[in-house]
Design a protein around this ligand. Sequence first.
Ligand code: RB5
Length: 149
Amino acid sequence: MTAKTRIVLSSDHADIKLRQTIAAHVAELGYEVEDIGPMTSESTPYPKHGEEAARRVASGECDLGIIVCGTGQGIMMAANKVKGIRCGVCSDTFSARMIRQHNNANMLSMGARVIGEGLALDIVDAFLGAEFEGGRHATRVDMITAIEG
Ligand code: RB5
C-alpha cells in the first residue's frame, strides 16, 4: 500500500481515545485518514460502527479499515458481514502481518481492553507495512469470496 492509501477508522465507545491515537499515527505515516467516530464516549453499539467502516471499504471509498471495540471481536463480526470484507482481530504483530500477506485482509480489528496503546500502534504498523503475496494465497482468498455467493 502506498502513502495515498485511504484508511477509515471507527470504534464503539470502548476506547475512542485509542482510535483517535491510531488515527493520528496513521496520518503521521502519510496515509489519508477518514475517522468516522464516534466522537464521544457515550455507549453506542459496535455493529453500527463496524458496518459503517466496512461499507466504506467495500464501496472502494477507502482502501483499508481499522476498527476498535472492547475485545475487537464484535465489531469484527459486524464488519465481516459486509460483502467483500476480510477483517481479522489482532493482538500480535505476526498475525497483523499475516492477515495482509496471506488473507488479503482489508480491515484490521483490535480490542482496546485486550492490548495497550503501544502494541496497538505496532500492530497497525505491521498491518500497513505488509502486502498481499498473491499466488496460492489468492486461490484461497477467492474461495472465501465464493462463499459470499
Ligand atoms: C461494549 O461494552 C463491548 O461489548 C464491545 O466493545 C465489544 O467488546 C464487543 O465485542
